[in-house]
Ligand binder design. Structure first.
Ligand SMILES: [Zn+2]
Length: 195
């Protein structure tokens, strides 16, 4: 499968691009399982892939392109906006993570990346994958919140954002099984309002 979306001569089709992203690339990178996780909501996957490649148009990148001068983060208005800031250091995502940790029962605050959650083998793989999908959903919604703030001067409260994350992941995981969810996963989902 070629990456026709990079060619100006061939007709691009979304299905081909998605297949190229999911099969022809990222074979050896540690975050491959995080991005191509069965519980991920499809619209979250592409944003997560861009985050891992640091390709979102954050203010630091726009400044380098000469498109803007003020590079402050829209969500906190305190620090320069970059991938690292938005998805690790920003007080907004820190507040979101705090709510998310309480919801998922995560005590170790170091487990805030999909890779770290997957590597923590104290829980079954399916539960780790589901937690991973929650983090991927969080990153997607933080980027959406950032865009809403930039374009509409509106920022959802962190608890409202986490509620959206919960609703989307709940829908996805329940659609994945349609009545035949493994018992241990079902029990865990019930305890986290995901079932
Ligand atoms: Zn910020």
């Amino acid at each position: 499968m070629s990456n026709m979306w990079q060619s100006i001569d061939e007709k691009y089709q979304i299905a081909d691009g998605y297949k190229w992203l999911s099969t022809g690339n990222d074979q050896k990178v540690p975050w491959k399982t995080v991005v191509w996780n069965r519980y991920n909501v499809p619209k979250h996957v592409f944003i997560m892939w861009l985050i891992h490649h640091q390709r979102l148009l954050t203010m630091d990148r726009l400044q380098k392109m000469g498109i803007c001068e003020d590079g402050l983060c829209f969500l906190c208005d305190q620090f320069p906006e970059s991938h690292q800031h938005l998805f690790e250091d920003c007080p907004y995502i820190v507040a979101c993570f705090s709510i998310l940790f309480r919801w998922l029962g995560i005590i170790n605050s170091g487990l805030k990346t999909g890779e770290a959650l997957l590597a923590d083998r104290r829980q079954p793989l399916l539960i780790r994958l589901l937690k991973c999908a929650v983090v991927v959903a969080l990153f997607y919604h933080v980027w959406m919140a950032r865009n809403a703030c930039r374009l509409e001067l509106y920022v959802p409260r962190p608890d409202c954002l986490i509620q959206r994350v919960r609703e989307e992941v709940k829908l996805r995981v329940n659609m994945s099984y349609v009545g035949c969810m493994p018992h241990h996963l079902q029990e865990w989902c019930k305890s986290r309002q995901l079932y």
